[in-house]
Design a protein around this ligand. Structure first.
Ligand SMILES: Nc1ncnc2c1ncn2[C@@H]1O[C@H](COP(=O)(O)OP(=O)(O)OP(=O)(O)O)[C@@H](O)[C@H]1O
Length: 285
């Protein structure tokens, strides 16, 4: 990303640090049953995490309407690493955007922790996104003029709060990047830049981190390192992670894989291996 101001604005929007105007609150209050009716991704539900109940998302209207999500009830359990997979157009990004509060559902419900997103005003939704959700993207989305440390603490700076130095030190140590904090993104490798982006997502101690193809711009060795760090964030820091990926090897780092096809959850696989994920994807394509 070449334009610093543009990158800053986009990160501010992604982190919820500026007011974000969703397309409108159209989430229906009623409808589908309890969460226990949902499909758990990877076993029993722990505290935190996120879930959807009967989530539908329709783009457009009439003959041109596209049903991107069709009655999706899925759980992203707290303290677990869940991968979301499926063929192109299956609804992965739409699901992530709805659960992250970046887009609104046509009907059904989305919960982050115990909070139902459809019950929130735009202002409170913005605050929830800023305080309880972290994002990691394929394009690292770092501000070129800021140092690694300044990029990491940017969500706090934009929110007008100071970093918890102990937590920052823990995150930096977990990600193994202590010596690079004074460097600017151009002075860092792709893998190091993604570590900065991951630290930026972790620094607010979000309830859940959404990672969208986080290894898409990395070579396989560096990608494996970043996946190991995501895994460490879950195992060592108790973080909840949901990751959209096309890569069976990446998905195999997760505790469970949710498979989408044509806007519906078609399978949830616990303890995935690259081979099993590849086979399942082959059946869906
Ligand atoms: N803003 C939009 N307006 C209209 N249709 C949309 C919009 N966004 C997504 N869609 C449609 O919704 C469906 C699901 O799209 P989505 O981007 O969620 O799929 P995906 O699984 O993330 O795909 P990919 O792997 O290619 O990124 C697709 O048919 C897509 O064309």
């Amino acid at each position: 990303m070449g334009n610093g101001a543009e990158a800053r604005r986009s990160i501010a929007e992604e982190t919820g640090a500026v007011e974000h105007e969703p397309a409108g609150h159209r989430q229906a209050a009623g409808g589908h049953g309890t969460v226990e009716g949902g499909q758990a991704a990877g076993g029993a539900r722990t505290a935190g995490g996120a879930r959807t109940v009967g989530l539908r998302k329709v783009y457009g209207a009439g003959d041109t309407a596209v049903r991107a999500l069709d009655d999706v009830s899925v759980e992203l359990p707290g303290g677990r690493f869940t991968a979301i997979m499926g063929p192109s157009g299956a609804g992965k990004s739409t699901l992530m955007h709805c659960v992250a509060g970046l887009d609104t559902a046509t009907s059904g419900r989305v919960y982050v922790g115990d909070q139902e997103l459809g019950a929130l005003s735009d202002r409170r939704l913005t605050r929830l996104r800023r305080e309880r959700i972290g994002f990691v993207f394929q394009a690292f989305n770092l501000i070129p003029t800021l140092t690694a440390r300044e990029n990491i603490t940017l969500p706090l700076t934009l929110a007008g709060t100071r970093p918890d130095e102990d937590w920052l030190a823990t995150v930096v140590a977990t990600l193994g990047m202590g010596e690079r904090l004074g460097h600017r993104p151009a002075e860092l490798s792709g893998g190091q830049q993604q570590r900065v982006a991951l630290a930026r997502a972790l620094v607010t101690r979000p309830q859940i981190i959404f990672a969208d193809e986080p290894t898409g711009n990395l070579d396989s060795r560096t990608g494996a390192e970043v996946l190991t760090l995501l895994r460490n964030a879950v195992d060592g820091l108790g973080q909840t992670v949901a990751m959209v990926t096309h890569d069976p090897v990446a998905a195999a780092h997760a505790d469970a894989v949710v498979f989408l096809a044509d806007g519906r959850v078609v399978d949830v696989m616990s303890g995935p291996t690259p081979g099993r994920v590849l086979d399942r994807m082959g059946e869906l394509s």
